[in-house]
Ligand binder design. Structure first.
Ligand code: HSE
Length: 313
């Protein structure tokens, strides 16, 4: 007998991974959103409650189903697949809002994964991606899968728009960890995207193209030097970093202490670094110290690549 109530967990993620704006994303461990779904007779999707990371009622998110990425994605899934029951969702936000850690994407993914698990014959993850993207579109006003895809599939995912719903799974070498530092600031992704320049010089585009190719080759070959030489963003980072007052100090600190690369996670304000596993604790604590020296509180997470993605618990 199939469960009428399931809970899904979807991890946070690092959008862009510096080199691949909108087309590269990396899942992280130990932080994510949970969505529970209950089958109900009333058609459609309803949100019963939304809790914050402390288990309290969320003060900043609407329970209107048309304004939440989890319910938007779940409804798109139900309508597309002609599912004959409704669902009631309970959302537990584990990821801070407007943090650049893929919070809206993780809710969207967990929502679809939970509803899918209520089916007698659940679909495969690949069939869920475009529904999760529907929710993400509401939050960021753009079509990009660089948070949704790693949150769903896990690991490092190459997901250019023209290839969707196909994505390519890459794997970071096992010796690499990621650090995410979330300073006590917030950035609205839709606004941040809207303020990006519309035109770029050919020489900058060529340079960025070579960084992306070099990075992906470095990952495929587990070549740390190649990864390090190419983990760069000359297009987006310079436009967004000024909104993150601690960025320069935190990035310089990470690089001086041996990080392989450091840039903005998604649209920020979170900052991520990649480094060798053995260096992660030290680099994370130095980055935290550099941020706090700018009178900004922050939280950090260290993870090896989350290779599991979203799971039904
Ligand atoms: N690729 C998106 C952006 C990620 O940078 O706007 C948003 O988290």
């Amino acid at each position: 007998m199939k469960n009428n109530f399931v809970t899904a967990f979807a991890p946070a993620s690092i959008g862009n991974v510096a080199v691949g704006f909108d087309m590269l994303g990396l899942a992280i461990e130990n932080v994510g959103d949970r969505v529970s779904a209950r089958k109900v007779e009333e058609p459609g999707v309803h949100i019963k409650e939304i809790y914050d990371e402390f288990g309290e009622i969320h003060m900043n998110l609407s329970k209107e189903a048309s304004k939440n990425t989890a319910s938007i994605s779940a409804l798109d899934f139900i309508e597309t697949n002609n599912i004959d029951f409704g669902v009631e969702l309970i959302i537990h936000k584990g990821i801070p809002l407007q943090s650049g850690m893929g919070s809206s994407a993780a809710s969207a993914v967990a929502g679809v994964v939970a509803v899918n698990a209520l089916l007698d014959e659940p679909l495969g993850k690949k069939d869920l991606l475009m529904h999760a993207i529907e929710g993400e579109k509401f939050a960021s006003a753009g079509l990009h899968a660089d948070n949704v895809a790693p949150s769903l599939f896990g690991g490092l995912v190459f997901c250019p728009q023209d290839e969707l719903p196909n994505t390519i799974q890459l794997n970071l070498p096992n010796c690499i960890s990621s650090i995410v530092l979330h300073p006590d600031l917030s950035v609205n992704t839709a606004e941040s995207r809207a303020s990006l320049k519309a035109n770029y010089s050919l020489s900058d585009l060529l340079k960025q193209q070579s960084y992306l190719s070099g990075f992906i080759l470095g990952v495929k070959e587990s070549n740390l030097n190649l990864i390090e030489r190419n983990l760069k963003d000359i297009i987006i980072e310079p436009q967004r970093s000024s909104a993150i007052s601690c960025f320069d100090k935190v990035k310089n600190t990470a690089m001086e202490n041996g990080a392989i690369g450091c840039s903005i996670s998604g649209s920020g304000p979170s900052i991520f670094a990649l480094c060798k596993n053995d260096d992660a604790e030290l680099i994370a604590s130095k980055m935290k110290h550099a941020c706090e020296n700018q009178n900004l509180k922050c939280e950090t997470w260290i993870s090896q690549s989350n290779s599991q993605g979203a799971v039904v618990e």
